[in-house]
Design a protein around this ligand. Structure first.
Ligand SMILES: [Zn+2]
Length: 142
């Protein structure tokens, strides 16, 4: 087992854990975007959204909400906003192949944000309608 997050989950590697539940653990990122930046991970190894059970990803979101509330209530942090970020796959920016949810405290003017791609505003209504119908049929509902 060489996964660094599995090692954190089993306490083989130390981390600044702020919350531990039955199936999830949350700890401070060692290279934080902003002070307080936290990662929520499942204790078991799942690489992607397609692998992780619905119940467990729900648990991760629940822990994320709990942490977000703690961030807002921690006066010393002066947290003004929160971003949740989950990267599924290399193309999405996933660097560690153990699924993790970033809880990022935000501050006005902190310089962090999503980068708008060059094709922004160029996707046509026709393309949107096409993918709308494809996704609906994939989901099997209307
Ligand atoms: Zn792992």
């Amino acid at each position: 087992m060489s996964c660094i997050f599995c090692k954190i989950a089993s306490a083989e590697i130390p981390a600044k854990v702020i919350f531990e539940g039955e199936s999830t653990i949350a700890f401070l990122d060692i290279k934080p975007i902003n002070l307080g930046h936290t990662l929520v991970i499942p204790k078991s190894h799942y690489e992607s959204l397609s692998e992780i059970p619905y119940e467990l990803i729900g648990k991760m979101a629940e822990v994320g909400k709990k942490i977000a509330e703690a961030m807002k209530n921690t006066v010393a942090l002066k947290c003004e906003g929160i971003n949740f970020h989950l990267a599924d796959g290399r193309a999405a920016g996933q660097e560690i192949s153990h699924l993790h949810l970033h809880i990022i405290p935000r501050f006005a003017g902190d310089g962090f944000g999503l980068k708008i791609p060059p094709h922004y505003g160029q996707i046509t209504e026709k393309e949107i309608s096409f993918i709308h119908s494809k996704l609906i049929s994939q989901l099997g509902e209307k």
